[in-house]
Design a protein around this ligand. Structure first.
Ligand code: Q9C
Ligand code: ZN
Length: 571
């Protein structure tokens, strides 16, 4: 099953007819350049090409008022002066005599893509459209957007295909407030958006773009906003946002379809976003999204104004949709402190609504014979202004937090302990125990000792008991080697820490030849400790994902790796 590319040349007709520095960046070359690059790289030829159709009046009516649609229909006959006057009634919008036609094609392209994916003609796809859609509202154009392409496609998927759970991932650098308004009380559509926010000082300057806007009424928790309060966010920040916010929530939501508001103004070079993520990042994000909804990912272009960055990012996304391995990410994979703060604030705001964001300890599986209490050092930048603190022990014998360990000095410790106590009791009352954004342990084997680790990472020296390690290793030839066996012991030890809730994630280094076997053991070990569903993600190259179908584990494990992606039947 392939990848659809939906396009129509007519969508290049609309352009700015007067002087307006704010609007001139939304130009026809955005589409022509991206498409040319896809052809150059031989990617367009590998897709199923679909010519966009116009959305019908009834389809536009799924989201927009009849009066607004009629108003737009009327713009086809207006002269330049009248168009400019009407444009002035909206924020950051320009109309052209072809705008109505283009906007109907843009919405129609999104509909066609969803129809192709839900009919099973293709697995996934991209609609290259303009004007974009995510700022547009029931009766208002906004931010270059006329009809809300993605929102219309979501409503259509519900009405015409009977879907009950749709995830919208909006990685455009602006907040898609239009989509938020349309679905804010609707629990059947989960809307995730990250956006340049700068504490409210960036367009569209809305209070409701902040992390504490979580939806309303039955839709509480189904709006997830991640505001970036600084420019310069890069690959590490985007991947961290996916791993620590979007994917846990999305996995719990279990969507039947993923719609992507794919704006590439969040990529490096874009004048609007001022962010640093490289085009390759979008291949990784796309790959991660394909773990959801059986890979049914429909992406619709939103923003993206740096022609070179836009076209490269589009190519990366299409490559990933086609199933090609993602190129490695460049730069230090360390998230910015401001990004961790933002991620933390989303976790706090969303924790009441999502089990996957609640304190690890509350759902630790526990394990007989686990060693006593532990405290894990973390850096927590809480919006209340608390200095670096520690996460309290999630599971101590008395059921109370155990003494805290700090990387800093003793004076630091006393102050922080007080803050922790105050914060903990506050959060206890609110039942809002924050999950630290990073709580990682690394198991070092001798040759990895040179790894430079962030100060908040816990270095574990322990290993699982030798007999246990050997028992797990026995069926695997690849684990016979000493170095592989040592690494396996470390992995099992880390897994133990994760399973009893003391650590949220761990890293260990294993010889390449033993990677698949180690992963196989880790999966079996996880399942044998009662994990209900297991998501297995191999970052990098793993030629052979472990084969578990013979053991009846196939309904619980989903494996995705950088080079090979496989969904086991019935997951
Ligand atoms: N310098 C989309 O990306 N101008 N729309 C903001 C701040 C409006 C963006 C001015 C930007 C609209 C789809
Ligand atoms: Zn944008």
């Amino acid at each position: 099953m392939g990848t659809a590319l939906v396009y129509h040349e007519d969508m290049t007709a609309a352009r700015l007819l007067w002087d307006d520095p704010e609007c001139e960046i939304e130009c026809p070359e955005r589409l022509t350049t991206a498409l040319e690059r896809l052809q150059q790289r031989g990617l367009e030829q590998r897709c199923l090409r679909l010519a966009a159709r116009e959305a019908s009046e009834a389809e536009l009516g799924l989201v927009h008022s009849p009066e607004y649609v009629a108003l737009l229909q009327g713009t086809q006959a207006l002269g330049t002066g009248e168009l400019q006057t009407l444009s002035g009634q909206y924020d950051a919008v320009y109309f052209h005599p072809s705008t109505f036609h283009c906007a109907r094609l843009a919405a129609g392209a999104a509909l066609q893509l969803v129809d192709a994916v839900l009919a099973g003609a293709v697995r996934n796809g991209l609609a290259l459209v303009r004007p974009p859609g995510h700022h547009s509202q029931r009766a208002a154009a906004n931010g270059f957007c006329v009809f809300n392409n993605v929102a219309i496609a979501a409503k259509h998927a519900q009405r015409q295909h009977g879907l009950h759970r749709i995830l919208i991932v909006d990685w455009d650098v602006h907040h898609g407030q239009g989509i938020q308004y349309i679905f804010e009380d609707d629990p059947s559509v989960l809307y995730f958006s990250w956006h340049r926010y700068e504490h409210g000082r960036f367009w569209p300057y809305l209070r409701e773009s902040d992390a504490d806007a979580v939806g309303q009424g039955p839709g509480l928790g189904f709006t997830v906003n991640l505001p970036w309060n600084q420019v310069g966010m890069g690959n590490a920040d985007y991947v961290a946002a996916f791993l620590h916010v979007l994917l846990p929530v999305a996995f719990e939501f279990n969507p039947e379809l993923v719609l992507v508001s794919a704006g590439f103004d969040s990529a490096i070079g874009d004048p609007e976003g001022q962010m640093q993520a490289t085009p390759e990042c979008f291949a990784h994000l796309t790959q991660l999204l394909q773990m959801l909804a059986g890979g049914r990912v429909c992406a619709v272009l939103e923003g993206g104004y740096h022609l070179e960055s836009l076209s490269q990012s589009v190519c990366m996304m299409v490559q990933a949709l086609l199933g090609d391995p993602a190129p490695p990410l460049s730069g230090p994979m360390v998230p910015h402190a401001s990004a961790l703060e933002s991620i933390q604030s989303v976790q706090v705001a969303q924790a009441p609504h999502w089990m996957s964001l609640q304190q690890q300890g509350q759902r630790g599986l526990g394990r007989d014979g686990a060693s006593g209490s532990h405290a894990v050092a973390v850096t927590l930048n809480h919006p209340l202004g608390v200095a670096p603190v520690l996460s309290p022990c999630p599971r101590s014998p008395e059921g109370r937090p155990s003494p805290l360990l700090l990387p800093g000095g003793p004076e630091f410790k006393a102050a922080a302990t007080q803050d922790v106590a105050a914060l903990s009791s506050l959060l206890d009352q609110l039942r809002l125990n924050p999950t630290p954004p990073v709580r990682t342990a690394v198991a070092l084997t001798a040759p990895d000792a040179a790894l430079a680790l962030p100060s908040d990472v816990l270095c574990e020296e322990g290993s699982a008991p030798q007999e246990e390690t050997q028992a797990w290793a026995r069926p695997h030839e690849a684990l016979a080697q000493d170095r592989a066996l040592t690494a396996l012991g470390k992995v099992l030890y880390l897994l133990d820490r994760i399973l009893d809730g003391q650590v949220s994630s761990g890293i260990a280094v294993t010889p390449a030849s033993a990677a698949a076997a180690t992963l196989d053991v880790a999966i079996r070990c996880g399942l044998s400790h009662g994990a209900q569903r297991l998501l297995c993600l191999a970052v990098g190259q793993l030629d052979r994902p472990p084969d578990l179908t013979d053991d009846g584990y196939d309904s619980q494990v989903m494996c995705v790796s950088g080079s090979a992606s496989r969904r086991l039947e019935g997951f």
